[in-house]
Design a protein around this ligand. Structure first.
Ligand SMILES: [Zn+2]
Length: 549
């Protein structure tokens, strides 16, 4: 039992951290609070003052702190967890896509047609209707989207729907006309305008380099205002799903401006840790900026570089070939010789470094670079990151542990992209998205979406990590299963640590930011196969509600 006097004394102790003493602005009570604070794992109530948590405890303790202007809010038995931190995502670019394009991540062609029809109805005739995130393996009809489907949905608009994998597009008749593609147009090198074998008519499916004539005629210019609005839109989407902080895994100076513009306009409801692409590192270093610069809303993150290919496109650089393709080991995008000098420059200028490495060969390469940097110019707490860090083995994990490297594996891929897993094979899946192995080794593995390629909903991440089961019921890599509580810790405290913000975020304890999520059901008591259906009731960032259902 904490008395008011003890509480005031505690506040005095934290006053030195610049933290103002006053009665709480808001008291949330009558809840089931999962704090992620080992000294008080469960509570019923939280007192919030300004943007911080003042106290966490029982209903009786916290209600006693009520002042004359304190707003009391009953949680009605709902569960509260810390706000989720997505440690690898692409929010600024995703926001711009959502601003202009139809989200075609739908479970039937009929539903995609309805979404296209709806967009066409509020788009002047003759202007493009664009879509993204279409995935033919996830629609009920079991066939590709056709020109006829899109003609019937939007006969007066050119339509272009991009596949989630980025290797094909789906267009209607008006789009073919605008791009000047007819039945007699020859296929370009490395590309194909698909035709119906019986009639010889174009189907509307265009593959690889055949998308080029469309890229030339589709408008792709964004104003500064579009950039800001894209951030506003994605921030609202993240708030609805319980994400309160996001690490932009490949930001540039334009994205930084967009985040700041949205923040100045009062439209940013998500804290952003913005990794900067290595192409911009010279300008950033010249400006005297390094990792950590900024404030609790928009902060400069690590320098980002890329070593190998991707998991969903099946180009990650592996030591063992892809299943069914004995000569295919994936690709290296940047070699050790290319990566080392830029990593050295960033390391010596005080930057955190995050290098994209999916396959075990690429991870080995990146670790060699990090080991060399620490040997040549040791830094006390560099918190090197390996972005994705998908296919591991025991020796890689040992070396990561020794250096304190942070991995950001895809948290929703097993559930969402199950059909792509067979090319890695069941045995290798036991060493992929290896959250169990990382936790057992004491490594600060994070929750990460890589959105748009992977969905960002934290409840899907929990279900995927806990069950290792895809949406069709197939289990992939059961040895990497974790508990619900572990998955929540990965999605909260570990994300905060990955951005050097574990003292202010990631758990619900006095002095930290009031970033939290109110859930409709308790994930610790939920059947793991229905975690994804837990409703997000409310999301608070910095003491203010950014989403209320
Ligand atoms: Zn990424």
């Amino acid at each position: 039992m904490t008395s008011r006097r003890e509480f005031v004394a505690k506040l005095g102790a934290v006053a030195a951290t610049g933290f103002r003493f006053a009665p709480p602005d808001v008291i949330l009570h009558g809840g089931h609070v999962i704090t992620m604070d080992p000294s008080r794992p469960r509570a019923q109530a939280i007192a919030v003052g300004g943007d911080r948590i003042l106290a966490v405890g029982t209903d009786a303790d916290i209600r006693a702190l009520r002042g004359p202007r304190t707003r009391m809010m009953s949680l009605g038995g709902s569960t509260v967890v810390p706000g989720f931190i997505d440690a690898h995502s692409h929010p600024a670019i995703a926001g711009r896509m959502h601003l202009r394009r139809v989200d075609a991540d739908l479970r039937s062609i009929t539903a995609i047609q309805a979404a296209v029809r709806e967009r066409a109805a509020r788009t002047p005739a003759g202007e493009w209707v664009l879509g993204f995130k279409y995935d033919d393996t996830k629609t009920a009809e079991g066939r590709y989207l056709t020109r006829a489907d899109l003609d019937s949905a939007a006969p007066a608009h050119p339509v272009y729907i991009a596949h989630r994998g980025g290797h094909s597009g789906y267009v209607n008749s008006l789009a073919l006309e605008k791009a000047g593609v007819t039945e007699t147009t020859p296929n370009p090198a490395g590309g194909r305008f698909e035709k119906d074998p019986a009639s010889g008519r174009l189907t509307g499916r265009i593959v690889e380099n055949a998308t080029e004539p469309f890229d030339r005629v589709i408008p792709n210019v964004y104003t500064r205002d579009d950039y800001r609005q894209g951030v506003k839109l994605i921030s609202q989407m993240l708030a609805r799903s319980g994400v309160t902080s996001v690490h932009d895994a490949y930001g540039n100076t334009t994205d930084l401006r967009a985040y700041q513009d949205a923040r100045d306009a009062g439209e940013l409801g998500t804290r952003v840790y913005c990794l900067i692409g290595s192409f911009a590192i010279d300008r950033m270093i010249a400006a005297g900026v390094r990792t950590g610069f900024g404030d609790e809303w928009v902060r400069i993150g690590a320098m980002k570089a890329t070593c190998d290919g991707s998991i969903s496109e099946r180009t990650a650089r592996l030591s063992q070939p892809y299943v069914g393709r004995p000569d295919d080991f994936g690709i290296i995008v940047s070699s050790e010789e290319q990566l080392y000098p830029v990593a050295k420059k960033a390391h010596d200028a005080g930057w955190q470094i995050g290098i994209h490495a999916n396959g075990d060969v690429a991870i080995d390469t990146v670790l060699r670079i990090y080991e060399r940097l620490q040997k040549e110019s040791p830094r006390r707490d560099p918190r090197f990151r390996i972005e994705h860090c998908t296919v591991i083995n025991e020796s890689l994990v040992r070396r990561m542990r020794a250096l304190g490297v942070i991995p950001t594996p895809f948290s929703t891929y097993v559930y969402f992209h199950g059909e792509k897993m067979k090319e890695y094979g069941p045995a290798r899946l036991d060493s992929m998205f290896a959250v169990r192995s990382f936790l057992d080794a004491g490594i600060g593995v994070t929750q990460s979406s890589d959105y748009p390629p992977g969905p960002f909903e934290p409840m899907m991440a929990l279900q995927s990590s806990v069950t290792r089961t895809d949406m069709k019921g197939t289990v992939w890599g059961p040895r990497q299963r974790v508990t619900v509580e572990e998955a929540i810790r990965v999605g909260t405290l570990h994300g905060a640590y990955a951005s050097f913000e574990e003292k202010t975020k990631g758990s619900l304890e006095p002095g930290k930011f009031a970033d939290l999520v109110v859930l409709g059901r308790d994930p610790l008591r939920e059947d793991p196969s229905s975690l994804i259906s837990i409703p997000i009731e409310r999301t608070m960032v910095g003491g203010g509600w950014v989403y209320e259902s």
